[in-house]
Design a protein around this ligand. Structure first.
Ligand SMILES: Cc1ncc(COP(=O)(O)O)c(C=O)c1O
Length: 439
């Protein structure tokens, strides 16, 4: 399908001149507006959304009228109320409501503006709580890009090069079973990734008594939508318990119903000690939340704060979004399950049909497909992945990459069936085309 991109071309040329380059997809989408599970660009082209705008619009249009109403009402009073210096009723009410969504015993909240900051706060709090300085994070993880969060992020050297040296973070292999770092297969591997932490990291590199926190993404996002076995996550919890280490769950991408549960970690029957969330929390407005186990205590006054955390407008939007989630919890959980099952079925059929599709994995509506040049050698199909993204765009579907050669499938959880199948048809057409070119 040839799509008209006249306006887009001009806008992108201006962008290149005035903006510093950030991350960009390999296709020219100039966003104009979103309507449910569809996105319209500056030229009026319509696309199915399989990105939820990086897992932010998790619920499509669901909460949007309530969010707009709450914002309009708040804008009449005050937009920014310096909540970290003064007190605010709506922020406290929201925090009380939010902690009610967490396991028993989670009663303290810190507000920030992004996922990076939510993690940065968790990193610092764990140091304060334990009076220890080191952190263990995982390869392929993405926790953000400020220097503390970036020290933990290890999904691509491009994100780290020239920014180091980094502070005290030790990286451990994640249970990326499709490409086991130890060349083994699950479950006969006996979870060597857990053994490695005990046998090498905590025996030869850093004393457990100096480790404040272990950061885990329940499903790795940016690193490739990688789902670990339950026993891996349980093993990490055990290591934390045995050594007085704070377990932090980075729920920025996997949380807020993306996997069908409020917390991604709930899929593994494990509780963390600190949860960091952002993205979908604000219903489109920026807000990060760091939620701690009450028994960890408080932090000293003045040791961590910010200007915009608890911003009145963001909190109004977040509160309306949370009300929507609470009211529709079972609908969202079942939509995630049923839409996720449709996606898994069709994506697994594509895996059977096309050499290019090496792996399909996911929980709920957080699904990754990994493209390879050859199913046996598993050589990553990087150029082919980018070509699939471009062709999908031309066919009316927007997608985001992840990891080296994976694609994220993260539509709004409530995407209607016709849009879901339309998107899957566009994806399959793009995969078929790229697959035909494989040598
Ligand atoms: C798991 C995870 N943590 C942290 C972040 C950083 O969030 P932000 O971009 O809001 O700073 C992201 C962003 O993609 C993420 O996926």
């Amino acid at each position: 399908m040839a799509i008209k991109l006249d306006k887009a071309k001009g806008i992108i040329a201006r962008d290149r001149k005035v903006m510093l380059t950030t991350t960009r997809v390999p296709y020219p989408l100039v966003v104009d507006r979103v309507e449910g599970s569809y996105v319209f660009d500056a030229d009026g082209n319509k696309f199915v959304d399989f990105t939820s705008f990086i897992a932010v619009y998790n619920f499509g249009d669901g909460p949007s009228s309530a969010v707009k109403k709450a914002l309009a009402a708040q804008s009449q009073k005050i937009m920014h109320a310096a909540f970290n210096d003064f007190y605010g009723q709506s922020q406290i009410e929201y925090a009380e409501k939010l902690t009610g969504m967490f396991p028993k015993g989670f009663g303290r909240v810190f507000f920030s503006n992004s996922g990076t900051e939510a993690n940065e706060a968790a990193l610092k709090f764990a140091r304060l709580f334990t009076k220890r300085q080191y952190t263990i994070a995982f390869y392929n993880s993405f926790h953000g890009r400020t220097l503390g969060a970036l020290a933990m992020t290890a999904s691509s050297t491009r994100q780290r090069e020239r920014f180091g040296p980094f502070n005290s973070v030790v990286h451990a292999p994640y249970a990326y079973c499709y490409r086991c770092p130890f060349g083994k297969e699950y479950p006969s591997c006996g979870l060597e990734c857990i053994g490695h932490i005990k046998k090498y990291i905590l025996s030869k590199e850093v004393a457990a008594s100096e480790v404040s926190s272990i950061f885990i993404e329940p499903v790795q996002g940016e690193g490739g939508y990688i789902v670990p076995p339950k026993e891996f996550v349980k093993g990490i919890r055990e290591i934390a318990d045995d050594n007085g280490i704070v377990l932090v769950s980075d729920e920025v991408q996997a949380g807020f119903m993306r996997t069908g549960k409020f917390l991604g970690l709930d899929n593994f029957g494990v509780e963390a000690d600190i949860y960091a969330m952002a993205k979908a929390v604000g219903g489109g407005l920026p807000i990060g939340v760091t939620v701690t186990r009450s028994s960890l205590g408080d932090i000293p006054e003045g040791s961590h704060s910010n200007t915009f955390g608890g911003n009145a407008a963001s909190v109004a939007a977040a509160s309306a979004t949370l009300d929507y989630v609470k009211k529709n919890m079972s609908v969202l959980a079942s939509a995630s399950k049923s839409n996720g099952a449709i996606l898994m079925k069709r994506l697994n059929e594509m895996k059977e049909r096309y050499e290019l599709v090496g792996d399909v994995r996911g929980i709920g509506m957080m699904i990754g497909i990994e493209l390879v040049k050859d199913k046996r050698t598993k050589v990553p199909a990087v150029a082919e992945r980018d070509e699939v993204l471009r062709t999908a765009f031309e066919n009316g579907l927007i997608l985001l990459p992840a990891g080296v050669s994976a694609i994220r499938i993260a539509p709004p959880i409530t995407i209607p069936r016709d849009a879901l199948h339309k998107g899957l048809d566009a994806l399959e057409g793009s995969i078929r085309k790229a697959n035909a070119k494989l040598k």
